[in-house]
Design a protein around this ligand. Structure first.
Ligand SMILES: NC(=O)c1ccc[n+]([C@@H]2O[C@H](COP(=O)([O-])OP(=O)(O)OC[C@H]3O[C@@H](n4cnc5c(N)ncnc54)[C@H](OP(=O)(O)O)[C@@H]3O)[C@@H](O)[C@H]2O)c1
Length: 340
């Protein structure tokens, strides 16, 4: 195990924690050294997730921050929001690098944080230092921080589709996003709405105008394009196990051709391993189990009205895969190590 970086996953019994462990166990440059949750007693990880039987003998332990810091160089937090910001200050003091998958360090505006997450932010100092880890738009900032705010799943799909067109100033302010998420987007806890009989063969819209990912989409686009949009964001839950599919309605300010739109996406994304610009609209199943974001568009014959579609696996490009992509960049390793 020489020359390997030691990594810990805090929140290892959740959906994103499980996906992280799966990818990390096969990563050539890391050794997983510590897994934790609220389990009162240490328990073999494969007793929680039997698919890890004979793959790892690691235990999942009751979360102990001293032990997490002592046993690792990089710590992934797959904890609920508000819990992450209660553990980050100590871990950063111990000089560990943090990749936080919760929303706690994504939104710099304290009023927005309180409005959408219902409690005041408790760690303003580290909030200022955190870098939003979306390598396709701000890769240069990632190696220079000790704390990465890993993007949300809906925001990843929406921001990546809109960023090049907005940055170029080509689209009208009004943007409507109709986004569909799989059921794993809601985490592993038991909720009546997500019982098999309620979720199978079902779909519903929820939290239009007030979903907590709205300020994240707006603020990250603003920071990286210096432009505002007038966003209507309508998320939906769909009875599938994995994936996010965002359909985005935009209008170009001036008439444009399909070739010109394609050129703009290529200008920003031609060197991005994990973005696949398609000639047709994406299909969800093509990204499941991958770290890709598939993007396609359909332009009306008037050359102005346009539908963008963007698809990711919520647990991979929307969470664990993106976190590992960020770790690779932080460490100066090839971005796709362990992910292709
Ligand atoms: N699911 C997605 O698609 C997705 C995508 C992007 C980002 N995220 C974000 O990633 C984070 C994890 O999401 P998830 O879907 O994996 O959630 P989850 O399935 O509910 O898992 C949460 C994990 O945190 C642990 N935990 C909860 N409270 C804790 C506490 N006070 N102390 C220690 N451990 C605690 C849970 O352990 P127990 O087993 O002990 O409860 C579990 O391991 C969330 O912030 C979520 O918003 C999720």
């Amino acid at each position: 195990m020489k020359n390997k970086i030691k990594v810990a996953v805090l929140g290892a019994t959740g959906f994103t924690g499980e996906m992280l462990v799966e990818i990390l166990l096969d990563h050539p440059k890391v050794e997983v050294t510590y897994l934790a949750s609220r389990t009162p007693n240490a328990i073999p990880y494969h007793k929680i997730f039997p698919r890890f039987y004979k793959k790892t003998d690691l235990l999942c332990e009751n979360l102990n921050l001293d032990k997490a810091a002592k046993n690792s160089d990089i710590i992934f937090l797959t904890l609920p929001h508000t819990v992450s910001m209660s553990v980050v200050p100590q871990l950063l003091k111990e000089k560990r690098k943090i990749i936080d998958l919760s929303a706690d360090y994504r939104i710099k505006n304290l009023k927005d944080y309180k409005k959408y997450y219902k409690i005041p932010h408790k760690d303003k100092i580290n909030l200022k230092k955190a870098v939003y880890g979306l390598p396709e738009i701000n890769k240069d900032l990632i190696p220079n921080t000790d704390i990465i705010a890993n993007p949300g799943c809906y925001p990843t799909s929406v921001i990546l589709a809109l960023f090049p067109l907005l940055k170029e100033g080509l689209i009208e302010d009004k943007v409507i996003v109709d986004a569909k998420s799989s059921i794993t987007g809601a985490g592993r806890k038991a909720v009546i709405d997500y019982h098999y009989s309620n979720i199978s063969d079902n779909i519903w819209a929820y939290k239009p105008f007030i979903h907590q990912h709205t300020p994240e989409i707006l603020s990250i686009l603003k920071e990286n394009t210096a432009r505002d949009i007038d966003l209507t964001f309508v998320p939906h839950v769909v009875g599938v196990d994995a994936g996010i599919y965002s359909t985005i309605y935009i209008t170009f300010k001036n008439k444009i051709s399909k070739i010109e739109v394609t050129k703009i996406y290529n200008k920003y994304y031609k060197n991005c391993t994990f973005i696949r610009l398609l000639e047709s609209l994406p299909k969800l199943k093509n990204v499941i189990g991958t770290n890709f974001c598939d993007i396609g568009f359909a332009l009306n014959s008037n050359g102005k009205d346009c539908v963008l579609a963007s698809s990711i696996d919520n647990l991979i490009k929307g969470a664990a895969g993106a976190a590992i992509q960020n770790m690779n960049i932080m460490q100066g390793w090839p971005e796709s190590l362990g992910l292709l």
